[in-house]
Write a protein that binds this ligand. Structure first.
Ligand SMILES: CC(C)(COP(=O)(O)OP(=O)(O)OC[C@H]1O[C@@H](n2cnc3c(N)ncnc32)[C@H](O)[C@@H]1OP(=O)(O)O)[C@@H](O)C(=O)NCCC(=O)NCCS
Length: 171
């Protein structure tokens, strides 16, 4: 079967918007009843994957996860909601912004637990990076997030270049 190449027409930020909600179960927690960071990081990666592939409609892989901060505890029985959307598109990479929230089910209180920025790269069947569609900015929030993501990208690219010059992974 012939697979046609995905379109490179611009896509709005809204096309990538992703929401994942799960109930925190005992298996997700430590013996204090707090949810493991790794559980939340897995959800962050899944949401970033879904947002990036909705934008690119190509195979995508995670190349970099930055700035995850856990500001509050999550307890067994809370609903964890992870929201993601593409903030910025380079040539073959996309920065996905991810916001993590919890809802205490007894009270309905919703809290911002943390945020993360995930860089995903689109690949062809041989694993070579390939171009992704440009990002169409529809709202002032889209434009603000794109501007902030562009600044982070400059820092990130400089860090990767420094690491390449040193011939190691940048630590
Ligand atoms: C993703 C991968 C193919 C990129 O390879 P590469 O040789 O660096 O490719 P390029 O230099 O062409 O870079 C491709 C894009 O990735 C970006 N990139 C590369 N390294 C990066 C890093 N450390 N952080 C953020 N972005 C990075 C580049 O800026 C470029 O973006 P652009 O096209 O929008 O300008 C390669 O690193 C890889 O296969 N990594 C493993 C991914 C994986 O398996 N993830 C699952 C988790 S284990």
């Amino acid at each position: 079967m012939r697979v046609s190449a995905p379109s490179l027409s611009p896509k709005p930020v809204s096309a990538s918007r992703t929401v994942i909600s799960v109930v925190a179960l005992p298996r997700d927690s430590n013996h204090y009843g707090f949810v493991y960071g790794g559980t939340v990081m897995g959800l962050v990666d899944q949401a970033a994957y879904a947002a990036a592939i909705r934008h690119a409609r190509q195979t995508v892989v995670t190349v970099c996860v930055e700035q995850i901060t856990f500001l509050r505890r999550i307890y067994v029985g809370d609903v964890i909601t992870v929201r993601a959307a593409v903030n910025y598109v380079g040539r073959t990479s996309m920065e996905v912004g991810v916001r993590i929230e919890t809802e205490r089910m007894r009270t309905g209180a919703v809290e911002h637990v943390g945020s993360a920025y995930v860089t995903m790269v689109a690949l062809d069947a041989d694993g070579t990076p390939i171009p992704v569609p440009p990002l169409e900015l529809e709202t002032d929030d889209d434009r603000r997030r794109r501007g902030e993501a562009a600044a982070r990208r400059r820092t990130r690219v400089a860090r990767v270049r420094r690491a390449e010059r040193r011939g190691h992974d940048g630590r």
